[in-house]
Design a protein around this ligand. Structure first.
Ligand code: NHR
Ligand code: GAR
Length: 215
């Protein structure tokens, strides 16, 4: 069975959706460890309560981004994971780290990339007045939030939405698509080849979301 290491910085609800999928038998993978760059990340408790090994590599203990990344890479390598999964991980990773894990490093980002890379995506989507928003799972490359896209889920932006309501609607979809993407990887359907996503679709599942919709 393939193994993964999950990197978090905070709440860890995406991590939890992956652990729940593993526990329910719908995600055939071994979670080798959960890493956080913050000792106070809530998700560490959630992982420990489920019997998963946890590790903290505190970025504040390192003089440079590169030194932090090197320590993190070394600690992750101990587990020899097939895939490293960023789940609400909030530190930009240096080129050396990204290249070390090339093709086995993925992220979930709370927008429909290439719209709204970076931070505060929901607030920015509301300011722009987009009618469709969502989340993106992508392979991580040195260019922040610009790696090859694996899967996206779209949600409507509704009248009266604020950052909280929109973030919650997107998060519910994050919890659907991240276990899905990791399952595809586990099943050997997903590969990064020459900087492009190679995907063997299980079935034709193409759909459309139109927003606003007038019937
Ligand atoms: N690293 C690389 N090289 N490429 C990507 O695509 C990455 C990455 C590291 C993290 C996640 C990303 C997101 O999904 C991610 C993708 C953190 C920041 C950020 O500005 C931006 C994007 C993402 C993660 N972080 C600040 C920093 O200085 C710290 C912010 C904080 O601690 O709150 O690292 O959104
Ligand atoms: C999620 O919405 C995730 O997409 C986003 O932060 C939230 C983490 O929630 N990630 C980023 O913004 C990365 N910069 P979680 O800790 O409950 O999974």
């Amino acid at each position: 069975m393939k193994s993964i290491v999950i990197l978090i910085s905070g709440r860890g609800s995406n991590m939890e959706s992956l652990l729940n999928a593993v526990a329910s038998g719908s995600l055939p993978i071994c979670v080798a460890a959960v890493f956080s760059n913050r000792a106070d990340a809530k998700g560490l408790e959630t992982a420990a309560a489920k019997g998963i090994s946890t590790r903290v590599v505190d970025h504040q203990q390192f003089a440079s981004r590169e030194a932090f990344d090197a320590a993190m890479a070394e600690a992750i390598d101990v587990f020899s994971p097939d895939l490293v999964v960023l789940a609400g991980f909030m530190r930009i990773l240096s080129d050396v780290f990204v290249r070390h894990f090339a093709g086995r490093l993925i992220n979930i980002h709370p927008s429909l990339l290439p719209s709204f890379p970076g931070l505060h995506t929901h607030q920015r989507a509301l300011v722009e007045g987009v009618r469709v928003h969502g989340c993106t799972v992508h392979f991580v490359t040195p260019a922040l939030d610009h790696g090859p896209i694996i899967v996206q889920a779209a949600v409507p932006v509704l009248d009266g939405d604020d950052e909280t309501s929109l973030a919650a609607r997107v998060l519910a979809q994050e919890h659907q698509v991240y276990p899905l993407a990791v399952r595809w990887f586990a099943e050997g359907r997903l590969r990064l080849v020459d900087g492009r996503v190679e995907f063997n679709a299980p079935q034709d599942s193409a759909g459309a979301l139109i927003s606003p919709l007038m019937r």
